[in-house]
Design a binder for this molecule. Structure first.
Ligand code: AMP
Length: 452
C-alpha cells in the first residue's frame, strides 16, 4: 500500500515522500482512512509506530480541502480549526514540527503553545491567526483565562497520549477545555496503554468511534533486544560507565527514577569523562531544549531522563536505552524502551537491576508476558548476601498536593497567573518558543512539575 491509495492530497504525499517515507505504517494504513471519513477515532498505538503522522496527515488533508479557511477579523482572536492536546512540552513541540513538516506545501498555519516559556510570542501568533494549535493543557488554559485563544471554531480535537495526560492528573483541565469547544466536531483519542480511565474518557467523548489498536496491549516492540544486567545498587554507575566505554555506545538514553538520581548520575558520568546531561521537570525549558538538541544532533553521548520528561521524545534510530533504575509503574518500562526500535529500526534496551528491584522486574515481566534474559558482567555481579532495601519513590501516583493545586488553578475563581515577559527568544525547533530565564522560583518549579 502507498500513501496515494489512502486518498491524501498530492501536496501531503510530496511532503512525506521528501521526508523519506515510502509506505504508510500499520497505524497509518488504518487511521488515515478513518480520520478522512470524518468520524471519531479511538486508537491504541505505541510510540514509534508512526502515530503522529496517522492523525496529522488526514487532519491536514481535511482542513486544506474544506473552504473554512481562517477568517481574518479586525478585532478579537481568529478561531483555531484544530486543537491537538499533548501531555508534555517536548511532545507538543515535536507534534507541531510534524504538522509543519507534513503541511509545508499547504496554506495552513500551526503553532505549539506550552509552559516554561514566555507567553507573549504565543499570544502574537494566535492574534495573527492559527489553523492548528498544538498545546499542553495548562498553557492552553492560561490563554483561555487571558482571552488570547478562540476555541469556538474547533472542527477537530486530538488527544495525543491521552493515557499519560490522565496519568499526570490533567483530567480536570481536559474537561474544562472540552466544555469550551463546539459540540459539533471530530474527536480523535490516542493512547499507548489502555486502562479503565481511558475507557471512561472515550465513552464520554467519542461518538460511535472507529477503534484501532496496532500492537497488542503492553507488548514491547520485537525490534528491541532486551536484557537485564544483575548488579548491586552501588555498582550500577560503574557498570554503566563500563558498558558505555566497552561497547562504544555513542547515543544512550538513560532513565532514572528520580530527578535527584538523574542529576547525581550526570555528575558521576561526567567525572568518568562521559559527556552527559539530564532532562527532568526541575530543569528550565532552555536547559531541556539545549540537552535534547545536543542529544538529537549527536553531540551529546548520554541523556539522562526521568519518565515524565522523556515522554514523547522522538529521537530517530536511537540505538540504546538503559534503565538505570526500573520504573515503579510497569507500563513505564514499555514507554521507556519504546524510545528505541522505532518504526522498524533495531534497538537495544538494557536494565541494571539490583536485588531491591526484583519485584519490579517481576511486575514488568508479567505485563509484557515474557521473561527477560539475565546476564552478569565479571566484576559487577551482585553480592549474594546483599539485602533488598526499600525502593526510593519515583513516579507512582500524582501527589495530592499537585492535584489540588491544579484543581484550584482550573477554577474560574483562581487568579490569573502571572507570566514573565523577560527574554523572549525564538527557538528554531519550536517556532514560537521564548525562553523564560528568570521569574518567581516557586511558580517556575510548580509549573515544570506539572509540565504545563
Ligand atoms: P511516532 O510514532 O509518531 O513518534 O513516529 C515515530 C517515527 O517514525 C518518527 O521518527 C517518524 O518520523 C517515523 N515515521 C512515521 N511514519 C513513517 C513512515 N510511514 N515510514 C517511515 N518512518 C515513519
Amino acid at each position: 500500500m502507498s500513501f496515494s491509495t489512502l486518498g491524501l492530497s498530492n501536496e501531503i504525499i510530496r511532503a512525506v515522500t521528501e521526508r523519506g517515507y515510502t509506505k504508510p505504517t500499520l497505524i497509518q494504513m488504518q487511521a488515515i482512512p478513518a480520520v478522512l471519513s470524518g468520524g471519531d477515532l479511538l486508537a491504541g498505538a505505541q510510540t514509534g509506530t508512526g502515530k503522529t503522522a496517522s492523525f496529522t496527515l488526514p487532519l491536514l488533508h481535511r482542513l486544506s480541502s474544506s473552504d473554512n479557511s481562517l477568517k481574518s477579523t479586525s478585532s478579537g482572536y481568529p478561531p483555531i480549526r484544530a486543537l491537538i492536546l499533548t501531555p508534555t512540552r517536548e511532545l507538543a513541540a515535536q507534534v507541531q514540527e510534524s504538522v509543519y513538516e507534513y503541511g509545508k506545501y499547504l496554506n495552513l498555519r500551526s503553532i505549539a503553545v506550552f509552559g516554561g516559556v514566555s507567553i507573549s510570542p504565543q499570544k502574537r501568533r494566535l492574534r495573527n491567526g492559527v489553523d492548528i494549535l498544538v498545546a499542553t493543557p495548562g498553557r492552553l488554559l492560561d490563554h483561555v483565562q487571558q482571552g488570547t485563544v478562540n476555541l469556538s471554531g474547533v472542527e477537530v480535537l486530538v488527544l495525543d497520549e491521552a493515557d499519560r495526560m490522565l496519568d499526570m492528573g490533567f483530567i480536570g483541565d481536559i474537561r474544562r477545555i472540552l466544555s469550551l469547544l463546539p459540540k459539533q466536531r471530530q474527536n480523535l483519542l490516542f493512547f499507548a496503554t489502555f486502562s479503565d480511565k481511558i475507557k471512561a474518557l472515550a465513552t464520554g467523548l467519542l461518538n460511535c468511534p472507529a477503534t484501532i489498536e496496532v500492537a497488542p496491549r503492553n507488548v514491547t516492540a520485537d525490534t528491541v533486544a532486551q536484557k537485564v544486567y544483575q548488579v548491586d545498587h552501588d555498582k550500577k554507575r560503574q557498570l554503566l560507565a563500563h558498558l558505555i566505554k566497552r561497547k562504544e555506545w555513542y547515543q544512550v538514553l538513560v532513565f532514572t527514577r528520580t530527578k535527584h538520581g538523574a542529576d547525581r548520575l550526570v555528575k558521576q558520568l561526567t567525572e568518568d569523562r562521559i559527556q552527559a546531561l539530564a532532562i527532568h521537570g526541575n530543569k528550565s525549558q532552555s536547559a531541556r531544549t539545549h540537552a535534547l538538541t545536543k542529544f538529537k544532533n549527536g553531540t551529546l553521548q548520554v541523556l539522562v531522563a526521568t519518565d515524565i520528561a522523556a515522554r514523547g521524545l522522538d529521537i530517530s534510530d536511537l540505538p540504546h536505552v538503559v534503565n538505570f533504575d526500573l520504573p515503579n509503574v510497569p507500563e513505564d518500562y514499555v514507554h521507556r524502551i519504546g524510545r528505541t526500535g522505532r518504526a522498524g529500526a533495531k534497538g537495544e534496551a538494557v536494565s541494571l537491576v539490583c536485588v531491591s528491584e526484583y519485584q519490579l522486574l517481576a511486575d514488568i515481566e508479567k505485563l509484557i508476558a515474557q521473561r527477560l534474559p539475565r546476564e552478569e558482567i565479571a566484576g559487577f555481579g551482585p553480592n549474594p548476601h546483599t539485602k533488598p532495601e526499600e525502593i526510593q519513590p519515583g513516579r507512582k501516583h500524582r501527589p495530592k498536593s499537585e492535584l489540588s493545586q491544579r484543581t484550584a488553578r482550573s477554577s474560574p475563581k483562581s487568579s490569573p497567573r502571572k507570566s514573565t515577559k523577560k527574554s523572549a527568544k525564538k527557538s528554531s525547533a519550536q517556532n514560537v518558543v521564548g525562553e523564560r530565564k528568570s521569574g518567581n522560583k516557586k511558580s517556575a518549579s510548580r509549573r515544570s512539575a506539572k509540565h504545563d
